[in-house]
Design a protein around this ligand. Structure first.
Ligand code: SF4
Ligand code: SF4
Length: 499
Protein backbone atom coordinates (compact mmCIF):
# COMPACT_ATOMS: atom_id res chain seq x y z
CA UNK A 1 0.00 0.00 0.00
CA UNK A 2 1.37 3.41 -0.87
CA UNK A 3 0.92 6.28 1.54
CA UNK A 4 0.61 9.85 0.40
CA UNK A 5 3.18 12.13 1.97
CA UNK A 6 2.39 15.79 2.55
CA UNK A 7 2.98 18.17 -0.37
CA UNK A 8 2.08 15.53 -2.96
CA UNK A 9 -1.24 17.17 -3.87
CA UNK A 10 -1.80 20.21 -5.97
CA UNK A 11 -3.90 22.99 -4.43
CA UNK A 12 -7.51 23.11 -5.61
CA UNK A 13 -7.70 25.84 -8.24
CA UNK A 14 -11.51 25.96 -8.45
CA UNK A 15 -13.12 29.30 -7.68
CA UNK A 16 -14.23 29.53 -4.05
CA UNK A 17 -17.54 31.38 -3.69
CA UNK A 18 -16.75 32.09 -0.06
CA UNK A 19 -14.03 34.45 -1.32
CA UNK A 20 -16.65 36.74 -2.82
CA UNK A 21 -16.77 40.13 -1.11
CA UNK A 22 -19.55 40.70 1.48
CA UNK A 23 -21.62 37.55 0.78
CA UNK A 24 -18.61 35.23 1.15
CA UNK A 25 -17.56 36.90 4.36
CA UNK A 26 -21.11 36.76 5.68
CA UNK A 27 -21.45 33.04 4.89
CA UNK A 28 -18.15 32.22 6.59
CA UNK A 29 -19.02 34.15 9.70
CA UNK A 30 -20.33 32.55 12.88
CA UNK A 31 -23.80 34.05 12.29
CA UNK A 32 -23.81 33.54 8.54
CA UNK A 33 -26.32 30.71 8.44
CA UNK A 34 -28.55 32.38 10.98
CA UNK A 35 -28.88 35.39 8.68
CA UNK A 36 -30.61 33.12 6.18
CA UNK A 37 -32.48 31.07 8.75
CA UNK A 38 -34.12 33.95 10.61
CA UNK A 39 -36.20 35.23 7.63
CA UNK A 40 -37.21 31.66 6.79
CA UNK A 41 -38.09 30.98 10.45
CA UNK A 42 -40.29 34.11 10.47
CA UNK A 43 -42.00 32.85 7.31
CA UNK A 44 -42.45 29.38 8.88
CA UNK A 45 -44.04 30.91 12.00
CA UNK A 46 -46.33 33.05 9.80
CA UNK A 47 -47.27 29.92 7.84
CA UNK A 48 -48.20 28.08 11.04
CA UNK A 49 -50.13 31.03 12.49
CA UNK A 50 -52.06 31.73 9.30
CA UNK A 51 -52.69 28.01 8.84
CA UNK A 52 -54.18 27.63 12.30
CA UNK A 53 -56.04 30.93 12.52
CA UNK A 54 -56.31 32.39 9.00
CA UNK A 55 -58.85 32.14 6.18
CA UNK A 56 -59.82 28.57 5.18
CA UNK A 57 -59.52 29.25 1.39
CA UNK A 58 -56.24 27.72 0.19
CA UNK A 59 -55.45 30.54 -2.25
CA UNK A 60 -55.81 33.20 0.49
CA UNK A 61 -53.71 31.50 3.16
CA UNK A 62 -49.94 31.62 3.62
CA UNK A 63 -49.94 28.02 4.88
CA UNK A 64 -51.05 26.57 1.58
CA UNK A 65 -49.53 29.01 -0.92
CA UNK A 66 -46.07 29.47 0.63
CA UNK A 67 -44.94 25.83 0.89
CA UNK A 68 -46.96 24.21 -1.90
CA UNK A 69 -46.56 26.92 -4.55
CA UNK A 70 -43.88 29.49 -3.74
CA UNK A 71 -41.30 27.29 -2.01
CA UNK A 72 -41.50 24.53 -4.58
CA UNK A 73 -41.25 26.97 -7.49
CA UNK A 74 -38.21 28.72 -6.03
CA UNK A 75 -36.34 25.70 -4.72
CA UNK A 76 -35.86 24.16 -8.16
CA UNK A 77 -34.43 27.42 -9.51
CA UNK A 78 -32.05 27.73 -6.54
CA UNK A 79 -30.87 24.13 -6.92
CA UNK A 80 -30.12 24.63 -10.58
CA UNK A 81 -28.43 28.02 -10.33
CA UNK A 82 -26.61 27.90 -6.98
CA UNK A 83 -27.08 24.78 -4.86
CA UNK A 84 -28.89 23.50 -1.80
CA UNK A 85 -29.86 26.96 -0.54
CA UNK A 86 -33.04 25.79 1.15
CA UNK A 87 -31.24 23.33 3.44
CA UNK A 88 -28.74 26.10 4.17
CA UNK A 89 -31.53 28.39 5.38
CA UNK A 90 -33.81 25.64 6.67
CA UNK A 91 -35.67 26.97 9.73
CA UNK A 92 -36.33 23.45 11.03
CA UNK A 93 -32.65 23.12 11.91
CA UNK A 94 -32.69 26.09 14.32
CA UNK A 95 -34.04 24.12 17.31
CA UNK A 96 -31.98 21.23 15.94
CA UNK A 97 -28.71 23.06 16.63
CA UNK A 98 -29.68 23.39 20.30
CA UNK A 99 -30.74 19.75 20.36
CA UNK A 100 -27.46 18.68 18.84
CA UNK A 101 -25.46 20.27 21.63
CA UNK A 102 -27.61 18.28 24.05
CA UNK A 103 -26.89 15.03 22.23
CA UNK A 104 -23.21 15.52 21.53
CA UNK A 105 -22.36 12.45 23.57
CA UNK A 106 -25.51 10.60 22.61
CA UNK A 107 -25.84 7.46 20.53
CA UNK A 108 -25.70 7.09 16.77
CA UNK A 109 -28.72 6.45 14.60
CA UNK A 110 -29.43 2.67 14.42
CA UNK A 111 -27.12 0.97 11.93
CA UNK A 112 -30.03 -0.70 10.17
CA UNK A 113 -31.54 2.70 9.36
CA UNK A 114 -28.36 4.45 8.20
CA UNK A 115 -29.41 4.47 4.56
CA UNK A 116 -32.01 6.13 2.33
CA UNK A 117 -34.86 3.64 2.77
CA UNK A 118 -36.46 5.74 5.50
CA UNK A 119 -36.07 8.85 3.35
CA UNK A 120 -37.70 7.04 0.41
CA UNK A 121 -40.55 6.01 2.74
CA UNK A 122 -40.99 9.58 4.00
CA UNK A 123 -40.95 10.95 0.43
CA UNK A 124 -43.59 8.42 -0.48
CA UNK A 125 -45.56 9.27 2.68
CA UNK A 126 -45.43 13.04 2.17
CA UNK A 127 -46.65 12.89 -1.42
CA UNK A 128 -49.28 10.34 -0.46
CA UNK A 129 -50.77 12.34 2.41
CA UNK A 130 -50.51 15.50 0.26
CA UNK A 131 -52.91 13.86 -2.16
CA UNK A 132 -55.01 11.81 0.26
CA UNK A 133 -55.67 14.63 2.76
CA UNK A 134 -55.65 17.37 0.11
CA UNK A 135 -52.94 19.22 2.00
CA UNK A 136 -52.75 21.80 -0.76
CA UNK A 137 -56.36 22.80 0.09
CA UNK A 138 -56.07 22.66 3.88
CA UNK A 139 -54.20 25.46 5.69
CA UNK A 140 -54.81 23.80 9.07
CA UNK A 141 -53.35 20.42 8.10
CA UNK A 142 -50.40 22.07 6.36
CA UNK A 143 -49.68 24.05 9.55
CA UNK A 144 -49.67 20.79 11.53
CA UNK A 145 -47.27 19.24 9.02
CA UNK A 146 -44.90 22.19 9.61
CA UNK A 147 -45.21 21.75 13.39
CA UNK A 148 -44.54 18.01 13.03
CA UNK A 149 -41.40 18.90 11.07
CA UNK A 150 -40.04 21.11 13.87
CA UNK A 151 -40.80 18.46 16.48
CA UNK A 152 -39.34 15.55 14.47
CA UNK A 153 -36.10 17.37 13.65
CA UNK A 154 -35.67 18.46 17.29
CA UNK A 155 -36.39 15.03 18.77
CA UNK A 156 -34.13 13.12 16.37
CA UNK A 157 -31.36 15.65 16.84
CA UNK A 158 -31.65 15.55 20.62
CA UNK A 159 -31.48 11.76 20.73
CA UNK A 160 -28.79 10.94 18.16
CA UNK A 161 -25.29 12.39 17.70
CA UNK A 162 -25.51 12.96 13.96
CA UNK A 163 -28.15 14.99 12.07
CA UNK A 164 -30.33 11.94 11.62
CA UNK A 165 -33.37 13.92 10.51
CA UNK A 166 -31.55 15.65 7.62
CA UNK A 167 -29.54 12.63 6.54
CA UNK A 168 -31.97 9.75 6.91
CA UNK A 169 -35.53 11.08 7.20
CA UNK A 170 -36.38 14.52 5.81
CA UNK A 171 -38.23 14.22 2.48
CA UNK A 172 -37.54 17.84 1.52
CA UNK A 173 -33.84 17.43 2.27
CA UNK A 174 -33.72 14.19 0.31
CA UNK A 175 -35.26 15.92 -2.72
CA UNK A 176 -32.72 18.73 -2.37
CA UNK A 177 -29.78 16.33 -1.92
CA UNK A 178 -30.64 14.44 -5.11
CA UNK A 179 -31.15 17.51 -7.29
CA UNK A 180 -28.25 19.47 -5.76
CA UNK A 181 -26.10 16.96 -7.62
CA UNK A 182 -26.89 19.11 -10.68
CA UNK A 183 -25.71 22.29 -8.97
CA UNK A 184 -22.67 24.32 -10.00
CA UNK A 185 -21.18 24.37 -6.47
CA UNK A 186 -19.75 21.81 -4.06
CA UNK A 187 -17.89 21.83 -0.76
CA UNK A 188 -14.20 21.11 -1.35
CA UNK A 189 -10.83 21.52 0.31
CA UNK A 190 -8.25 23.97 -0.97
CA UNK A 191 -5.17 21.90 -0.25
CA UNK A 192 -5.36 18.21 0.63
CA UNK A 193 -1.81 18.30 2.08
CA UNK A 194 -3.15 20.45 4.88
CA UNK A 195 -5.86 17.88 5.65
CA UNK A 196 -3.26 15.12 5.76
CA UNK A 197 -1.44 17.06 8.51
CA UNK A 198 -4.52 18.15 10.40
CA UNK A 199 -4.70 16.55 13.84
CA UNK A 200 -8.29 17.23 14.83
CA UNK A 201 -10.24 16.80 11.55
CA UNK A 202 -12.56 19.46 12.94
CA UNK A 203 -14.58 19.63 9.71
CA UNK A 204 -16.25 16.39 10.78
CA UNK A 205 -15.44 16.24 14.50
CA UNK A 206 -16.22 19.88 15.25
CA UNK A 207 -14.14 22.51 17.00
CA UNK A 208 -16.48 22.54 19.99
CA UNK A 209 -15.13 21.23 23.32
CA UNK A 210 -16.49 21.87 26.83
CA UNK A 211 -12.97 22.88 27.97
CA UNK A 212 -10.28 24.46 25.73
CA UNK A 213 -8.05 21.90 23.99
CA UNK A 214 -4.79 23.18 22.49
CA UNK A 215 -2.56 21.37 19.97
CA UNK A 216 0.01 22.22 17.32
CA UNK A 217 -0.41 21.09 13.70
CA UNK A 218 2.54 21.04 11.30
CA UNK A 219 1.02 22.39 8.13
CA UNK A 220 2.77 22.22 4.73
CA UNK A 221 3.00 25.46 2.77
CA UNK A 222 1.58 24.83 -0.70
CA UNK A 223 4.15 24.39 -3.45
CA UNK A 224 7.22 25.08 -1.27
CA UNK A 225 7.95 21.83 0.57
CA UNK A 226 8.23 23.90 3.77
CA UNK A 227 5.99 23.55 6.81
CA UNK A 228 4.67 25.90 9.43
CA UNK A 229 3.64 25.12 13.02
CA UNK A 230 0.11 26.28 13.72
CA UNK A 231 -1.53 26.34 17.14
CA UNK A 232 -5.13 25.18 17.15
CA UNK A 233 -7.55 25.78 20.01
CA UNK A 234 -10.87 23.96 20.20
CA UNK A 235 -13.21 25.11 22.93
CA UNK A 236 -16.67 26.21 24.06
CA UNK A 237 -16.84 28.86 21.31
CA UNK A 238 -16.19 26.23 18.64
CA UNK A 239 -18.53 24.98 15.95
CA UNK A 240 -20.13 21.58 15.64
CA UNK A 241 -18.71 19.36 12.91
CA UNK A 242 -20.57 18.08 9.88
CA UNK A 243 -23.99 16.92 11.04
CA UNK A 244 -24.33 14.48 8.17
CA UNK A 245 -20.83 13.12 8.85
CA UNK A 246 -19.20 14.11 5.58
CA UNK A 247 -15.43 14.39 5.68
CA UNK A 248 -14.49 17.44 3.62
CA UNK A 249 -11.35 16.08 1.87
CA UNK A 250 -13.30 13.07 0.66
CA UNK A 251 -16.49 14.76 -0.53
CA UNK A 252 -17.24 13.71 -4.10
CA UNK A 253 -20.93 14.57 -4.24
CA UNK A 254 -23.55 17.00 -2.98
CA UNK A 255 -25.61 14.07 -1.68
CA UNK A 256 -26.11 14.60 2.08
CA UNK A 257 -24.60 18.09 2.07
CA UNK A 258 -26.97 20.59 3.66
CA UNK A 259 -24.72 23.55 2.72
CA UNK A 260 -24.72 24.48 6.41
CA UNK A 261 -21.03 25.48 6.11
CA UNK A 262 -20.34 24.22 9.65
CA UNK A 263 -17.27 22.47 8.24
CA UNK A 264 -15.99 25.81 6.89
CA UNK A 265 -16.38 27.44 10.29
CA UNK A 266 -14.93 24.48 12.18
CA UNK A 267 -11.80 23.99 10.04
CA UNK A 268 -8.94 25.59 11.99
CA UNK A 269 -6.84 25.98 8.83
CA UNK A 270 -9.41 27.85 6.69
CA UNK A 271 -8.98 25.05 4.19
CA UNK A 272 -12.56 24.56 2.99
CA UNK A 273 -14.41 26.45 0.28
CA UNK A 274 -17.69 26.39 -1.58
CA UNK A 275 -16.13 25.59 -4.93
CA UNK A 276 -17.57 26.34 -8.36
CA UNK A 277 -17.76 23.25 -10.55
CA UNK A 278 -19.24 22.12 -13.83
CA UNK A 279 -22.99 21.68 -13.16
CA UNK A 280 -23.78 18.03 -12.51
CA UNK A 281 -20.11 17.05 -12.67
CA UNK A 282 -20.50 14.19 -10.19
CA UNK A 283 -23.21 12.51 -12.30
CA UNK A 284 -20.63 11.63 -14.94
CA UNK A 285 -17.98 10.49 -12.45
CA UNK A 286 -17.81 6.80 -11.61
CA UNK A 287 -17.64 6.21 -7.88
CA UNK A 288 -19.03 9.60 -6.89
CA UNK A 289 -22.07 7.86 -5.38
CA UNK A 290 -21.91 4.75 -3.17
CA UNK A 291 -22.93 1.59 -5.00
CA UNK A 292 -26.02 0.82 -2.92
CA UNK A 293 -29.58 -0.13 -3.84
CA UNK A 294 -31.15 2.65 -1.74
CA UNK A 295 -28.96 5.38 -3.29
CA UNK A 296 -29.43 4.00 -6.81
CA UNK A 297 -33.19 3.63 -6.66
CA UNK A 298 -33.69 7.06 -5.10
CA UNK A 299 -33.25 9.17 -8.29
CA UNK A 300 -35.23 6.63 -10.33
CA UNK A 301 -38.09 6.69 -7.84
CA UNK A 302 -38.02 10.48 -7.60
CA UNK A 303 -38.42 10.66 -11.38
CA UNK A 304 -41.49 8.42 -11.19
CA UNK A 305 -42.86 10.27 -8.14
CA UNK A 306 -42.56 13.47 -10.21
CA UNK A 307 -44.76 11.92 -12.87
CA UNK A 308 -47.32 10.55 -10.39
CA UNK A 309 -47.47 13.85 -8.53
CA UNK A 310 -48.32 15.69 -11.76
CA UNK A 311 -50.62 12.91 -12.98
CA UNK A 312 -52.72 13.27 -9.81
CA UNK A 313 -53.66 16.80 -10.94
CA UNK A 314 -54.91 16.09 -14.49
CA UNK A 315 -58.28 14.63 -15.65
CA UNK A 316 -57.08 11.11 -16.64
CA UNK A 317 -56.42 10.31 -12.97
CA UNK A 318 -60.18 10.49 -12.36
CA UNK A 319 -60.74 8.04 -15.24
CA UNK A 320 -58.24 5.67 -13.70
CA UNK A 321 -59.82 5.99 -10.26
CA UNK A 322 -63.28 5.32 -11.73
CA UNK A 323 -61.92 2.25 -13.55
CA UNK A 324 -60.32 0.94 -10.36
CA UNK A 325 -63.63 1.34 -8.52
CA UNK A 326 -65.91 -0.07 -11.23
CA UNK A 327 -63.72 -2.77 -12.80
CA UNK A 328 -61.24 -3.72 -10.08
CA UNK A 329 -63.89 -3.40 -7.37
CA UNK A 330 -61.92 -1.17 -5.00
CA UNK A 331 -64.44 0.71 -2.89
CA UNK A 332 -62.31 2.97 -0.73
CA UNK A 333 -60.70 6.18 -2.01
CA UNK A 334 -57.75 5.49 0.25
CA UNK A 335 -57.12 2.08 -1.31
CA UNK A 336 -57.42 3.42 -4.86
CA UNK A 337 -54.92 6.15 -4.17
CA UNK A 338 -52.59 3.82 -2.30
CA UNK A 339 -52.61 1.39 -5.22
CA UNK A 340 -51.78 4.14 -7.73
CA UNK A 341 -48.97 5.44 -5.53
CA UNK A 342 -47.45 2.05 -4.65
CA UNK A 343 -47.46 0.94 -8.28
CA UNK A 344 -46.42 4.30 -9.79
CA UNK A 345 -43.86 5.38 -7.19
CA UNK A 346 -42.32 2.16 -5.90
CA UNK A 347 -43.00 -0.92 -8.04
CA UNK A 348 -42.71 0.58 -11.51
CA UNK A 349 -39.40 2.41 -10.92
CA UNK A 350 -37.82 -0.63 -9.24
CA UNK A 351 -39.03 -2.93 -12.03
CA UNK A 352 -38.07 -0.52 -14.81
CA UNK A 353 -34.53 -0.02 -13.47
CA UNK A 354 -34.09 -3.77 -12.86
CA UNK A 355 -35.38 -4.67 -16.31
CA UNK A 356 -33.25 -2.08 -18.11
CA UNK A 357 -30.17 -3.26 -16.21
CA UNK A 358 -30.87 -6.90 -16.96
CA UNK A 359 -31.38 -6.15 -20.68
CA UNK A 360 -28.13 -4.15 -20.79
CA UNK A 361 -26.25 -7.07 -19.24
CA UNK A 362 -27.81 -9.52 -21.68
CA UNK A 363 -27.21 -7.38 -24.76
CA UNK A 364 -23.58 -6.79 -23.85
CA UNK A 365 -22.96 -10.23 -22.37
CA UNK A 366 -21.68 -8.76 -19.11
CA UNK A 367 -23.81 -10.71 -16.62
CA UNK A 368 -20.74 -12.19 -14.99
CA UNK A 369 -18.73 -8.97 -15.06
CA UNK A 370 -21.32 -6.59 -13.61
CA UNK A 371 -23.94 -7.51 -11.03
CA UNK A 372 -27.48 -6.18 -11.35
CA UNK A 373 -26.76 -3.79 -8.50
CA UNK A 374 -23.56 -2.50 -10.12
CA UNK A 375 -25.37 -1.94 -13.42
CA UNK A 376 -28.29 -0.06 -11.83
CA UNK A 377 -25.80 2.00 -9.79
CA UNK A 378 -23.86 2.96 -12.94
CA UNK A 379 -26.98 4.26 -14.71
CA UNK A 380 -28.94 5.65 -11.72
CA UNK A 381 -27.34 9.14 -11.82
CA UNK A 382 -28.50 9.53 -15.43
CA UNK A 383 -32.09 9.90 -14.17
CA UNK A 384 -31.30 13.09 -12.26
CA UNK A 385 -31.54 15.63 -15.15
CA UNK A 386 -34.76 14.20 -16.60
CA UNK A 387 -36.29 13.83 -13.13
CA UNK A 388 -35.36 17.43 -12.39
CA UNK A 389 -36.90 18.52 -15.71
CA UNK A 390 -40.18 16.84 -14.74
CA UNK A 391 -40.28 18.51 -11.32
CA UNK A 392 -39.22 21.85 -12.80
CA UNK A 393 -41.96 21.66 -15.45
CA UNK A 394 -44.55 20.87 -12.80
CA UNK A 395 -43.53 23.31 -10.09
CA UNK A 396 -42.91 26.16 -12.51
CA UNK A 397 -46.49 25.81 -13.79
CA UNK A 398 -48.02 26.41 -10.35
CA UNK A 399 -45.52 29.13 -9.51
CA UNK A 400 -45.40 31.13 -12.75
CA UNK A 401 -49.16 31.22 -13.24
CA UNK A 402 -49.31 33.78 -10.38
CA UNK A 403 -45.79 34.26 -8.95
CA UNK A 404 -46.68 37.29 -6.82
CA UNK A 405 -49.99 36.11 -5.36
CA UNK A 406 -48.24 35.62 -2.02
CA UNK A 407 -47.95 39.42 -1.66
CA UNK A 408 -51.71 40.15 -1.22
CA UNK A 409 -51.96 37.07 1.01
CA UNK A 410 -49.19 38.46 3.23
CA UNK A 411 -50.88 41.86 3.20
CA UNK A 412 -54.13 40.30 4.44
CA UNK A 413 -52.22 38.29 7.04
CA UNK A 414 -50.85 41.58 8.37
CA UNK A 415 -54.35 43.07 8.50
CA UNK A 416 -53.93 45.23 5.38
CA UNK A 417 -56.14 45.17 2.28
CA UNK A 418 -54.74 42.70 -0.27
CA UNK A 419 -53.75 44.27 -3.61
CA UNK A 420 -55.06 41.29 -5.59
CA UNK A 421 -55.56 43.13 -8.87
CA UNK A 422 -51.98 44.28 -8.87
CA UNK A 423 -50.34 40.96 -8.00
CA UNK A 424 -52.51 38.20 -9.42
CA UNK A 425 -51.02 38.21 -12.93
CA UNK A 426 -48.42 35.80 -14.26
CA UNK A 427 -47.15 34.06 -17.36
CA UNK A 428 -49.65 32.75 -19.89
CA UNK A 429 -50.38 29.01 -20.03
CA UNK A 430 -48.84 28.95 -23.54
CA UNK A 431 -45.57 30.53 -22.37
CA UNK A 432 -45.37 28.12 -19.43
CA UNK A 433 -46.09 25.22 -21.80
CA UNK A 434 -43.15 26.25 -23.96
CA UNK A 435 -40.91 26.43 -20.91
CA UNK A 436 -42.09 22.97 -19.85
CA UNK A 437 -41.18 21.48 -23.22
CA UNK A 438 -37.76 23.14 -23.11
CA UNK A 439 -36.89 21.85 -19.62
CA UNK A 440 -38.20 18.36 -20.40
CA UNK A 441 -36.22 18.09 -23.63
CA UNK A 442 -33.18 19.68 -21.97
CA UNK A 443 -33.41 17.14 -19.14
CA UNK A 444 -33.78 14.31 -21.65
CA UNK A 445 -30.74 15.45 -23.65
CA UNK A 446 -28.61 15.75 -20.52
CA UNK A 447 -29.77 12.34 -19.24
CA UNK A 448 -29.15 10.76 -22.65
CA UNK A 449 -25.62 12.15 -22.73
CA UNK A 450 -24.92 10.75 -19.25
CA UNK A 451 -26.39 7.39 -20.29
CA UNK A 452 -24.10 7.24 -23.30
CA UNK A 453 -21.06 8.01 -21.14
CA UNK A 454 -22.01 5.38 -18.57
CA UNK A 455 -22.55 2.77 -21.30
CA UNK A 456 -19.21 3.54 -22.99
CA UNK A 457 -17.46 3.35 -19.64
CA UNK A 458 -18.99 -0.01 -18.79
CA UNK A 459 -19.21 -1.71 -22.16
CA UNK A 460 -16.60 -0.02 -24.38
CA UNK A 461 -17.30 -0.91 -28.03
CA UNK A 462 -20.63 -2.49 -27.06
CA UNK A 463 -21.68 0.74 -25.37
CA UNK A 464 -24.16 1.63 -28.10
CA UNK A 465 -26.18 -1.53 -27.68
CA UNK A 466 -25.80 -1.49 -23.88
CA UNK A 467 -27.35 1.96 -23.59
CA UNK A 468 -30.47 1.12 -25.62
CA UNK A 469 -32.71 -0.16 -22.76
CA UNK A 470 -31.94 2.94 -20.71
CA UNK A 471 -32.48 5.31 -23.64
CA UNK A 472 -35.81 3.63 -24.32
CA UNK A 473 -36.83 4.05 -20.68
CA UNK A 474 -35.89 7.75 -20.75
CA UNK A 475 -37.88 8.27 -23.96
CA UNK A 476 -40.95 6.56 -22.47
CA UNK A 477 -40.71 8.73 -19.36
CA UNK A 478 -40.42 11.97 -21.30
CA UNK A 479 -43.28 10.91 -23.59
CA UNK A 480 -45.51 10.29 -20.55
CA UNK A 481 -44.42 13.60 -19.02
CA UNK A 482 -45.36 15.53 -22.19
CA UNK A 483 -48.74 13.76 -22.28
CA UNK A 484 -49.40 14.74 -18.66
CA UNK A 485 -48.34 18.37 -19.04
CA UNK A 486 -50.44 18.69 -22.21
CA UNK A 487 -53.54 18.09 -20.06
CA UNK A 488 -55.37 20.90 -18.26
CA UNK A 489 -53.86 20.91 -14.76
CA UNK A 490 -55.64 21.78 -11.52
CA UNK A 491 -54.73 25.29 -10.37
CA UNK A 492 -53.92 24.27 -6.84
CA UNK A 493 -53.30 27.25 -4.58
CA UNK A 494 -54.26 29.75 -7.25
CA UNK A 495 -57.67 28.47 -8.31
CA UNK A 496 -59.83 31.40 -7.23
CA UNK A 497 -57.69 33.82 -9.27
CA UNK A 498 -58.91 32.07 -12.41
CA UNK A 499 -62.52 31.24 -11.49
S1 SF4 B 1 -10.85 20.29 5.97
FE1 SF4 B 1 -9.88 21.41 7.66
S2 SF4 B 1 -10.56 20.37 9.53
FE2 SF4 B 1 -10.97 18.97 7.81
S3 SF4 B 1 -9.18 17.65 7.69
FE3 SF4 B 1 -8.87 19.35 6.26
S4 SF4 B 1 -7.73 20.89 7.44
FE4 SF4 B 1 -8.62 19.45 8.93
S1 SF4 C 1 -20.73 20.59 7.40
FE1 SF4 C 1 -21.28 18.84 6.11
S2 SF4 C 1 -23.35 19.31 5.43
FE2 SF4 C 1 -22.50 21.22 6.21
S3 SF4 C 1 -21.63 22.22 4.39
FE3 SF4 C 1 -19.98 21.05 5.35
S4 SF4 C 1 -20.02 19.07 4.26
FE4 SF4 C 1 -21.97 20.07 3.83
Amino acid sequence: MTTRSPATYRPNTAFDLLRLPVIGRLLRSRWGRLTFQIPLAIIAIAVILDGLTGPPEAARNLATVTPWVQYRGLVVVALLLVGNLFCMGCPFTMPRTLARRLSIRGRRFPLLLRNKWLAIASLFGLFFIYEWLDLWASPVLTAWVAIAYFVASFVLEAVFTESAFCKYVCPLGTFNFVYATLSPTQIGVKNADVCASCGGKECVNGSYAPEPVIRVDTIPIAGTGDTVAKTVTDGPQGTLGCGTLLFAPQISSNLDCTFCLDCVRACPHANIGLMARTPGRELARPGAWPQRWDISLLPVMLTFIGLTNAFAMVPPVYELQRWLVEVAGLRSELLVLLLIFVVGNLLLPALAAGLAAQLSRLLTDTRKKYSLRATVAAFAPTFVPLGFGIWFAHYSFHFLIAPFSVIPIAQEFLGLPGAWEQFSGGLSVEAIGLLQVIVLLGGLAWSAWLTQRAALRLYGRRGFIGQLPWMLLLLILVFIAIQIFAQPMEMRGTEFLFS
